[in-house]
Write a protein that binds this ligand. Structure first.
Ligand SMILES: [Zn+2]
Length: 277
């Protein structure tokens, strides 16, 4: 339950030393409000139970069902959402990002999927890799990597689409969690390099190579999002450094990522309303 701690001591959200919950600054690292108004223990508990993997899984499935309902014709529900529904719910790509200046769709497109196989494999990969990444970085940094990789991935594919680069650009719209999944792989490769774990580095490279090549075998795959997502995940890992322990700050930032993403979805729906009459 959400319980706020109002007295006693808590661990500083930045450096982890014990501080008074109401201390204005941490005596050790100088951070202001080190107890986050007493919510630090709640956030730490949230981060530890890996609830974030389930949040991402559930959110992805809810958005898929919603897109199917919005695509229905009469009482018929198809297994693939139409492009109107996907655009209303926040598909990215050259048309939304550069045509309409809906730049925030780089946050939302990762939560949408085009067909049952697409969502099945992506959810499977999230559930496979998410706990591994959370084990290495903590659940907070996992969500940050997931979010950053989606942003970089969809920015790259939308830009390549605008430039008309074959096989890599999304000239119209693009959706799917695979940019973020490639972000997990990029983070895995960086983790291996930083910690000396050749197992992690090889696993990340092999998965990325295998899935990356499959993207060229099948048509309609957003290879630009794969490439950008991998780079985004690698850079996010390098900035946050897996050798340092996760901080409550990361968990707070992760919740911020989810809140901003949700707000972006709501804002896209509002922006799309004039287009759907
Ligand atoms: Zn501190």
């Amino acid at each position: 339950m959400l319980g706020r701690k109002t007295e006693g001591s808590v661990l500083c959200t930045s450096c982890g030393v014990l501080v008074g919950v109401n201390d204005p600054t941490c005596y050790n690292c100088g951070r202001r409000n080190p107890g986050l108004w007493g919510f630090a223990p709640v956030l730490r508990a949230l981060g530890n139970d890996l609830g974030f993997v389930n949040i991402v899984t559930a959110g992805t499935i809810i958005m898929y069902v919603l897109s199917l309902v919005m695509s229905r014709e009469g009482s018929q529900i198809s297994h693939s959402p139409n492009s109107v529904a996907l655009q209303i719910l926040g598909a990215s790509g050259a048309v939304p990002v550069f045509g309409r200046h809906w730049w925030w769709t780089v946050l939302t497109a990762g939560w949408l999927h085009g067909n049952p196989i697409h969502i099945f494999f992506n959810v499977m990969w999230i559930r496979q890799l998410g706990p591994e990444i959370a084990h290495m970085y903590g659940a907070g940094r996992m969500i940050i990597i997931y979010t950053v990789a989606g942003i970089v991935g969809f920015t790259v594919s939308s830009l390549f689409g605008l430039l008309g680069i074959p096989f890599f650009g999304a000239e119209f719209i693009t959706v799917g969690a695979s940019a973020s999944i490639f972000g997990f792989l990029g983070a895995l490769v960086h983790y291996g390099k930083r910690t000396g774990s050749s197992h992690a580095r090889q696993a990340g490279l092999q998965y990325a190579l295998f899935m990356g090549i499959m993207g060229f075998v099948f048509s309609g795959v957003d290879n630009g999002a794969h490439l950008g997502g991998f780079i985004g995940g690698y850079i996010a890992s390098a900035i946050m450094d897996p050798l340092k322990p996760e901080r409550v700050d990361h968990i707070a930032a992760a919740i911020g990522c989810l809140v901003v993403t949700f707000a972006a979805i709501v804002y896209t729906v509002i922006s799309a309303l004039p287009y759907i009459r």
